[in-house]
Design a protein around this ligand. Structure first.
Ligand SMILES: Cc1cc2nc3c(=O)[nH]c(=O)nc-3n(C[C@H](O)[C@H](O)[C@H](O)COP(=O)(O)OP(=O)(O)OC[C@H]3O[C@@H](n4cnc5c(N)ncnc54)[C@H](O)[C@@H]3O)c2cc1C
Ligand code: SF4
Ligand code: SF4
Length: 1003
């Protein structure tokens, strides 16, 4: 290298500024509010929702700013620089090493700075804002046959800004490397308030960049030998700043120009400590024509990894390891247990590990040749092959959820994220793991493993109890010994997740003093006042690793105190575990696929994601929102506001890898509030007692409907119920009971009996659906009984009136049990999914004391179905089977499932029977939540968001098919279709089946 170099003494970096006191914080917030910087969130509640990421830490930020544009973000950063306030840029907040929590002003880019600014297909580049999500980008690139190479497991919700911050890499890094290998340029805001475009060649155009580069060269070049000796040579290494890359670029530059230097590459992986990314230009790769996945089963991890070199010889795009611990937790998980079935089992012995072998090819023939080659190489092993996108995506699910799934392990010792992404050369991985296992065993614990095996990057989760001081000391020892082990193997301390709070203190042990001084020097050049994410990568003490733990934020364990709960928490292993279950991985921030979480999708607001609610509940219940920091705060208005936009759709219960069940916790929290003196509002009480209102309305039908249409009456009803003026309260009909009592049907005592659940909607509001159900069931040869029962409790449960729910549900449960016993009913069938879900879900979880036999409730739940689900399940056993119509001609049928149905027993519960009658005409919509969720969408304050959620994925496909028959089992979904699509009518599946078998629905 021939450019001029001056050796410079290490400058003193300023101590990180202390957090402002409350008075100053308020002043700052006021000042910010008067500027145009976006949303200013400096209240304690909102701040605390940003005190955690996906790591084990909790650090209270100074405040949060959610800019509506990068221009606003720039202004906010400028303000913080002028006031010397620490700054923490944030994307999806999915970091695992604690680099995304700090005593700083958080700038949340994820909500609004998510525009794809430009795609240049010819130049194969994309220019994006930092809040763009990789999956969002790839969807926009797909029509051009291009994609962004690094494919992180969090691609559905991480941000490009965060990927740059962490220099992230994904499963295909054997082909595509890390983010830095795809970074062309960054528009950066520096800590001195300047905005620079950093890219290769910038030194030739911009004097400021040239000056900056010169100063960097002055500190890097004298350490050439040390950098070459100390930096790992593995594909995956992300510890510290990228001195090795910069050194190469400096050496490749012509004398005095630095024209090959790209300072964006120094920012990449700097964890927000050097500059703030306002925009990035990325290079793109050609998307593979054909993808395939083979999964090979092994008896143990060692056997799997010893096969790695052979597999790598067959040029795969990725090889990923999953061990039996991860497979075990997946089997216990509501959603992920289905994906375990997609794994092969070894012909002999237990399945101790699987390898996912991904292939990219130019044709299916080449792909199949590759698969055959694998089978030839592993003749003794079971191999499952996947080559269609749908089944492949399903098969990948389990691997992608490996990390969050591990948080589902119960017991005091958990698989904790602190030595979780070492990387060694793949040919040494088996030996490394064997030694690592020995190390963990010597310290009296075990670990879970999964790995990006093709690049030697190993996720190790030793089992420790971070609440125990003995175990936190053990963590420190294990981390140090693991560092030494990695060094012996010539590997990287972090191949993926970065340094943050967990590893910064190990950097000196790993790289040595000289390299770490160079890091400090570079930090001082960029950020002499130490304002940007202070501490990370530069200065942390060994004890930082186990300080500010989420369970022990101020060195005091914040436990959930003993509470007499309304629900039982056996499934979650206690109320305490239920409250602390969210691990922050942020899967609930995904925007596509499944339903979780409709209110996040509608608002893009951390506060209104499942994670925000999980955090709010944990903080309120562990007393962290109370003045004494200990006593649960059951009446916290801010926590209630955070819970308010939860639709209680239950999607998180099945889609969150930890099965966090916010609907249940929200109801529990609200109920605890009621029992601690909070009064239920009039509208809450009216909604809870909806059955009584509906029964009365039905008894004076049609008068009630005529009156309800009169504007003053409608206005009054809407006001009392808290409904939005644009919502029409449900109409009434002649009660199903009355219709049943007036019918003249021959009672065939020999026919098997079915109890039809008389939910209040089917009984009083839409009795034509109840009539259709009765007549279709009779057509199939059943004797239908519609007993007179009380409420299933749904409206009490969803309003959090759990004391009343216990009374109402136990009374109805006793009546229903008696009705099924007396009639020897073979099944209980329901038309309304949300009422069936009460029986199958909440009745089993609600503490009903000794009032109802739990075993009997379990049996009742087992024999309770949606009416169409029952007809399909018992297809071969029906006493009669009406002729199947040939329904293949006519308009398409579009089925939208109810959220509870999708979460608890799947949309096929409605689709299968419809498919039998209508075959290919049926299209099952991937429509998430309709946005209504019972009374939620009726409420005045929820109307806009409710419609917005409907727009997300339901209204558009229906608008595109104006002639289609819309089918929705849920009454509120049908209402939402009506209100959102100008009065369009949606039918219940049983009405459509009635048409198919020519059953006349009586009046
Ligand atoms: C379940 C799970 C699986 C994961 N799998 C992978 C994987 O396969 N590969 C992988 O590499 N990582 C993985 N990670 C880690 C993490 O998801 C990735 O590093 C991800 O790219 C981080 O993106 P983010 O938007 O969440 O970043 P954040 O956590 O929000 O931020 C990351 C860092 O970047 C900084 N930053 C964010 N935005 C900016 C900005 N605009 N300007 C400057 N700095 C900024 C932050 O300050 C922080 O230091 C996983 C994490 C989890 C929980
Ligand atoms: S709620 Fe579930 S998906 Fe969301 S961050 Fe928490 S654990 Fe992850
Ligand atoms: S119940 Fe539905 S709306 Fe509420 S947090 Fe879970 S996914 Fe979100």
């Amino acid at each position: 290298m021939r450019c001029s170099v001056t050796t410079v003494a290490l400058p003193q970096l300023r101590e990180a500024a202390p957090a402002p006191d409350e008075a100053r914080r308020e002043r700052i917030a006021r000042e910010l509010q008067s500027l145009d910087v976006g949303e200013v969130r400096f209240g304690r509640h909102e701040r605390m929702l940003y005190a955690t990421d996906a790591s084990m830490y909790q650090v209270e930020p100074i405040g949060v700013i959610v800019p509506r544009s990068t221009a606003q973000a720039q202004k906010a950063v400028q303000f913080c620089i002028e006031r010397e306030l620490a700054i923490l840029p944030r994307g999806g907040g999915t970091s695992l090493a604690g680099q995304c929590v700090n005593q700083a002003v958080v700038i949340d880019f994820s909500a609004h700075c998510r525009e794809i600014l430009e795609i240049d297909p010819a130049g194969r580049t994309a220019r994006v804002e930092p809040g763009v999500v990789p999956d969002q980008l790839n969807a926009a690139l797909a029509p051009h046959g291009l994609m962004f190479g690094p494919d992180v497991a969090t691609s559905a919700h991480a941000n490009i800004g965060g990927m740059i911050g962490n220099n992230s890499a994904g499963a295909y890094s054997i082909l595509y490397g890390r983010t830095v290998e795809h970074l062309v340029a960054i528009e950066a805001m520096l800590a001195d308030g300047t905005r620079l475009r950093l890219e290769e060649g910038a030194t030739l155009r911009d004097e400021r960049v040239r000056d900056l580069t010169q100063r960097i060269a002055n500190v890097i070049l004298p350490r050439e030998r040390e950098i070459e000796a100390r930096f790992p040579k593995t594909i995956r290494h992300v510890d510290g700043y990228n001195l090795d890359l910069l050194l190469k670029q400096l050496k490749a530059s012509k004398p005095g120009t630095f024209e090959r230097v790209n300072l964006a590459h120094l920012l990449c992986g700097s964890e927000g400590t050097l500059a703030v990314t306002l925009e990035a230009t990325l290079n793109l790769v050609v998307a593979p024509q054909v993808r395939g996945l083979a999964i090979i089963a092994f008896n143990n991890v060692d056997q799997a990894l010893r096969s790695l070199t052979t597999i790598l010889g067959a040029a795969p795009a990725a090889v990923e390891l999953v061990d039996d611990v991860v497979i075990g937790v997946a089997r216990e998980n509501r959603e992920y247990r289905h994906y375990v079935d997609l794994l092969p089992s070894p012909p002999r012995g237990a399945r101790g590990a699987v390898l996912y072998v991904a292939h990219f090819a130019d044709s299916r023939e080449t792909l199949h040749r590759r698969f055959d080659e694998l089978s030839r190489l592993f003749p003794q092993h079971a191999i499952n092959r996947y080559d269609d996108p749908r089944s492949m995506a399903s098969a990948w699910q389990l691997r992608k959820a490996g990390e969050p799934l591990l948080h589902g392990l119960h017991g005091p010792r958990k698989p904790v994220t602190f030595i979780e992404d070492t990387a060694v050369n793949p040919d040494r991985l088996a030996d490394f793991i064997a030694e690592f296992r020995g190390l963990v065993a010597r310290h009296g614990t075990t670990a879970a493993y999964y790995a990006h095996a093709s690049v030697g990057c190993l996720h190790i989760r030793p089992m420790v109890n971070i609440k125990e001081t003995g175990d936190t000391r053990l963590m420190q020892r294990l981390a140090e010994e693991a560092t030494d082990l990695v060094m012996r193997y010539g590997g990287a301390l972090s191949g993926e997740h970065g340094d943050g709070r967990v590893r910064t203190h190990l950097l000196e042990r790993f790289y040595g003093r000289e390299i770490c001084d160079t890091f400090r020097h570079i930090k001082a050049i960029f950020d002499p006042k130490n304002l940007l994410n202070p501490g990370n990568l530069i200065e942390m003490k060994p004890e930082t690793m186990v300080s500010n733990l989420r369970v022990k934020p101020a060195d005091r364990i914040v436990d959930v105190p003993p509470v007499r709960t309304f629900f039982r928490y056996e499934r979650e292993h206690g109320f305490g575990e239920a409250v602390e279950m969210c691990n922050g991985a942020g899967v609930c921030r995904k925007m596509k696929g499944g339903t979780m979480c409709p209110s996040y999708r509608g608002t893009l607001d951390e506060r209104h994601a499942t994670r925000g609610r999980g955090n709010a509940l944990r903080l309120a219940i562990t007393g962290q929102f109370s003045s004494d920091g200990r006593t649960p705060k059951w009446d916290d208005p801010e926590t209630k506001a955070t819970l308010d936009l939860c639709l209680s759709c239950k999607a998180c219960k099945s889609e969150c890898p930890s099965n966090v069940d916010i609907a249940k916790l929200k109801a529990e929290y609200t109920a605890q509030g009621f029992s601690h003196g909070v009064r239920a509002s009039l509208s809450t009480r009216l909604i809870a007692n909806l059955r009584a209102i509906n029964r009365f309305g039905s008894s004076v039908h049609p008068l009630a409907d005529l009156a309800a249409r009169l504007p003053p009456v409608r206005g009054l009803v809407n006001r009392m119920m808290g409904f939005h003026p644009r919502r029409q309260p449900p109409a009434f009909g002649q009660s199903l009971h009355r219709w049943m009592s007036r019918r003249r049907v021959r009672d065939d005592a020999a026919a098997p009996a079915i109890v039809l659940l008389p939910d209040c909607f089917t009984t009083y509001n839409e009795p034509h659906i109840g009539r259709a159900a009765v007549q279709v069931l009779e057509a199939f040869g059943y004797r239908v009984i519609v007993p007179r029962l009380g409420c299933c409790g749904r409206t009490f449960l969803s309003t959090g009136m759990l004391a009343e729910s216990q009374r109402v549900c136990s009374a109805t449960a006793r009546e229903l049990l008696e009705a099924t016993r007396q009639t020897s009913a073979v099944a209980v069938v329901a038309c309304e999914p949300s009422c069936l879900s009460a029986i199958k879900d909440e009745w089993l979880e609600l503490d009903m004391g000794g009032d109802v036999n739990r075993e009997a409730l379990g049996e009742l739940a087992e024999k309770s179905f949606l009416v169409e689900q029952f007809l399909e399940r018992a297809w071969t056993q029906h006493p009669r089977r009406p002729i199947e119509s040939s329904g293949d001609k006519g308009p398409p049928l579009m089925l939208h499932g109810h959220c509870h149905q999708k979460a608890l027993w799947g949309i096929d519960s409605s689709a299968a029977l419809l498919r039998r009658f209508y075959g290919g005409r049926l299209r099952v919509l991937d429509s998430g939540c309709c946005g209504m969720a019972g009374q939620w969408g009726y409420q005045r304050e929820h109307y806009e968001l409710s419609m917005n959620i409907g727009e997300q994925s339901l209204f558009a496909p229906l608008r595109d098919q104006p002639d289609a028959i819309v089918i929705a089992p849920g009454t509120s979904c049908r209402q939402q279709v009506h209100d959102g699509l100008g009065g369009r009518r949606a039918l219940h599946p049983i009405e459509v089946i009635a048409q198919a078998i020519n059953v006349e629905v009586g009046v």
